[in-house]
Design a protein around this ligand. Structure first.
Ligand code: HEM
Length: 279
């Protein structure tokens, strides 16, 4: 980070926010150093959509196919030469099946999980960091508190998650009739949960549009809820807290060039593609 400090300006997303999650998720999964940037770039492209068109563009389809091919080969490599990483551990693991017997994970399950962790782990934390650096600059009191007392950083991260969640919507299928607020969601319906809107629900949060790192957040919906709650929720919080601890220690004061910030246009992830800053 020394080289970055000397520069006096950077694109916070490209030069910082995208790098840390990629390194962490890649070492967790056992992605070799030389492949990490390409894996992240392919995930980026696979999630990108054209405005007004929900159908993945050809480049996104290609990136999905390439990601799948890459992890198929990586799983084969780990099968031949297991190491200490998560993919090797999952190859060795046995799970209980529906009949109470033991079985190994299928190739499809391994592939799906590796892709999910690579996507879920890279994209969301990058978006959280990019959004948080803008929010902290818009809220100078909160920023000063965190700089003066790094123990406050996790509170800033938690409020940034609520205020600008990196993932806005979650999909569900109703397994039974459910009545909510006088309305019945019939069994079998596909339901889109607007979790980002719920994070600003005035019935749950007082003055929800105010950034307030002292507020209580009883359920952090930005990380999901129930059985599918984010598997990486503690890792994500830790990564973001450490990222800002390290950053503020070296660059306590910075300015965001908001006019030149750019946003991503991706499926189910929201945030910045670029946040130019100087100090
Ligand atoms: C700020 C960062 C993150 C955010 C905002 C986030 C958000 C979410 C949300 C909202 C869900 C629930 C999806 C649903 O209900 O359908 C979820 C699930 C998941 N997340 Fe994260 N995530 C983050 C970081 C991570 C990291 C670092 C990992 C990797 C270890 C990860 C892995 C997963 C996985 C595997 C699931 C699926 C869990 C399941 O279906 O049982 N996430 N995440």
């Amino acid at each position: 980070m020394g080289e970055l400090v000397e520069r006096g300006s950077c694109d916070f997303v490209k030069d910082y926010a995208a790098v840390l999650p990629m390194e962490i998720i890649s070492s967790l999964l056992g992605v070799p150093d030389e492949d990490r940037v390409a894996v992240r770039e392919r995930v980026d492209i696979s999630l990108t959509r054209e405005p007004g068109n929900p159908v993945p563009p050809p480049a996104a389809m290609q990136a999905m196919a390439d990601t799948s091919r890459y992890f198929t080969d990586l799983i084969e490599e780990k099968r031949r030469r297991p190491k200490e990483d998560l993919i090797s551990q999952l190859l060795a693991a046995e799970i209980e099946d529906d009949d109470g017997g033991k079985r190994k994970l299928t190739q499809q399950e391994l592939l799906g999980f590796a892709g999910l962790v690579a996507g879920g782990g890279n994209e969301t934390v990058t978006k959280l960091l990019g959004s948080a650096i803008v929010l902290f600059s818009r809220n100078p009191e909160a920023h000063a508190e965190m700089v003066n007392d790094p123990f406050r950083i996790p509170d800033g991260v938690e409020e940034a998650l609520r205020y600008w969640p990196p993932s806005h919507i979650q999909g569900r299928s109703a397994t039974r009739d459910v009545e909510l607020h006088g309305c019945v969601i019939p069994k079998g319906s596909r339901v889109l949960l607007l979790t980002a809107a719920a994070c600003r629900d005035e019935r749950e949060f007082e003055d929800p549009d105010r950034f307030d790192m002292d507020r209580e957040i009883p359920i952090q919906l930005a990380l999901g809820h129930g059985v599918h709650k984010c598997l990486g929720s503690y890792l994500a919080r830790l990564e973001a807290s450490v990222a800002f601890e390290e950053f503020f220690e070296r660059i306590p004061n910075y300015e965001v060039d908001e006019e030149n910030c750019k946003r991503v246009h991706m499926t189910n992830v929201a945030g910045y593609a670029s946040v130019p800053i100087r100090w």
